[in-house]
Design a protein around this ligand. Structure first.
Ligand SMILES: Nc1ncnc2c1ncn2[C@@H]1O[C@H](COP(=O)(O)OP(=O)(O)O)[C@@H](O)[C@H]1O
Ligand SMILES: Nc1ccn([C@H]2C[C@H](O)[C@@H](COP(=O)(O)OP(=O)(O)O)O2)c(=O)n1
Length: 224
């Protein structure tokens, strides 16, 4: 019996914070033998470079100069993803509260987005199949992706997941998610699916159920 041809395309996964993008992307990429790119880490790494430089967050031209001068590198092996800023592994620091509080200011600078989107497209072009997660993948970074998914979940459920993950207070986490969703909505559309994206509301689905639904979508793609 012949084996099905392995999927070697581009899967775009967008959605707001805590919808499950990272967990779902990592697992899906592992199961399909694909690369995996977390574009949120790229904006976070750029933000850390800005914070480390000591410049303020209000002047776009200064922010851009720092990002242009930083060496940013990203690993795309699903269970061994890493982010480097000037050769320094920053995986832990970029998930911390200082970067989380500052990231929307840096990701809101259009020229910074242009630099990172260009890097993202290079990484996608060089990968032989990749899952890419973020906020604008299906609409801007890879509008021709083979499969586009918009993951979402009720804001209370997203806050519950994030506070469990971070061991943080639920009310404070919920307020922070709302603040960041609203700030991000000035540059991307965290509340809207890209044209052609399949919407998957994960509020009442566990991770296994989400992964099963995605495998079904991919299998369906193979028969179109
Ligand atoms: N469908 C789900 N059901 C329950 N918990 C989930 C689900 N998807 C993700 N999680 C958990 O929620 C937290 C946030 O998920 P994550 O993948 O980091 O979201 P995002 O990348 O969209 O911000 C993680 O602890 C993850 O294990
Ligand atoms: N493609 C992307 C990905 C993330 N961003 C911005 C918006 C987010 O607040 C930050 C951090 O994204 P990240 O996915 O790491 O955030 P969460 O894990 O969902 O909390 O980066 C973006 O503007 N465009």
């Amino acid at each position: 019996m012949s084996q099905p041809t392995p999927f070697r395309g581009v899967i775009a996964i967008d959605g707001p914070s805590g919808s499950g993008k990272s967990s779902v992307s990592r697992r899906l990429a592992t199961e399909l033998g694909l690369r995996c790119l977390d574009t949120g880490s790229m904006y976070r790494a750029a933000t850390l470079a800005v914070l480390r430089s000591g410049v303020g967050l209000t002047d776009a031209a200064t922010i851009l100069k720092v990002v242009e001068g930083a060496t940013l590198e990203f690993g795309t092996t699903p269970n061994d993803r890493y982010s480097l800023v000037d050769g320094d592994n920053v995986d832990v620091e970029i998930r911390g509260p200082e970067v989380t509080a500052a990231v929307s200011a840096v990701s809101g600078v259009p020229e910074v987005r242009a630099i990172l989107i260009s890097m993202q497209r290079d990484i996608i072009a060089k990968a032989n199949g990749i899952v890419v997660e973020g906020r604008d993948i299906g609409e801007v970074v890879a509008p021709d992706a083979d499969l586009k998914v918009y993951l979402t979940a009720d804001p209370n459920e997203r806050a519950r997941r994030r506070s469990m993950q971070a061991g943080a207070d639920l009310a404070a986490t919920a307020a922070d998610l709302t603040r960041r969703d609203n700030a991000d909505a000035k540059t991307t559309r965290p509340h809207d699916a890209a044209p052609g994206a399949v919407v998957l509301d994960t509020t009442h689905l566990d991770l296994d159920q989400v992964i099963t639904a995605l495998h079904e979508l991919i299998a369906h793609k193979g028969t179109e």
